[in-house]
Design a protein around this ligand. Structure first.
Ligand code: APR
Length: 179
């Protein structure tokens, strides 16, 4: 049975088939979750990323996880929020869709997403959570293999947004989604 859950903490600690990175289009590292993933994966991750010729916004490219507990990293490039009339919602949806398509192609059983674009890229969090949940639920309907989809949030406020959207009891650190 498919499970969607909310986890508050550091995505680099998760032993899943793939963690998703909130990368930039040069795939050359940065701060936030991107910086944390590169630090935890070790220098081979940067070497691998720099062979990929960047990644357009809304798209996803895959590398190994190297020293991470996760086997793979799916580098997704979210949109920079520019007021909402520059296709930001579609581009963010495309990140989740493409990551879920890749997970299906690779027959992954587990995947963890950070809140793509919700940090430095300033996407409004409520709208981002709606998009993240909508696209993953839609993709799960046609994926028999994926058993564990984790929305990994660094901070409590963001975790609570996902819990509300997924109808997980308030304050629960983890739980089943019913969206
Ligand atoms: N684990 C899980 N979530 C994290 C972690 C972590 N270790 N570190 C930060 N986050 C959360 C932030 O709290 C935020 O909610 O990830 C979300 C995304 O924030 P950013 O990392 O700033 O990503 P984004 O807004 O997509 O901006 C991408 O930031 O570092 C650069 O190279 C990156 O240029 C790109 C930009």
């Amino acid at each position: 049975m498919h499970r969607i859950r909310v986890y508050q903490g550091d995505i680099t600690q998760l032993a899943v088939d793939a963690i998703v990175n909130a990368a930039n289009s040069a795939l050359n590292g940065g701060g936030g979750v991107d910086g944390a993933i590169h630090r935890a994966a070790g220098p081979q991750l940067m070497e691998a990323c720099l062979t990929l010729n960047g990644c357009p916004t809304g798209q996803v490219k895959m590398t190994h996880g190297f020293e991470l507990p996760a086997r793979y990293v799916l580098h997704a490039v979210g949109p920079i929020w520019q007021g909402g009339d520059h296709g930001e919602a579609d581009l963010l949806a495309s990140c989740y869709r493409n990551a879920m398509t890749m997970a299906a192609a690779e027959q992954f059983q587990s995947i963890a997403f950070p809140a793509i674009s919700c940090g430095v890229y300033r996407f409004p969090p409520d709208q981002a959570v709606d998009i993240a949940v909508r696209e993953t639920v839609k993709a799960l309907a046609s994926n028999e293999n994926l058993e564990d989809v984790v929305f990994c949030c660094f901070d409590e406020a963001m975790a609570e947004r996902y819990r509300q959207k997924l109808h997980v009891p308030q304050g629960g650190s983890e739980g089943e989604g019913s969206a």
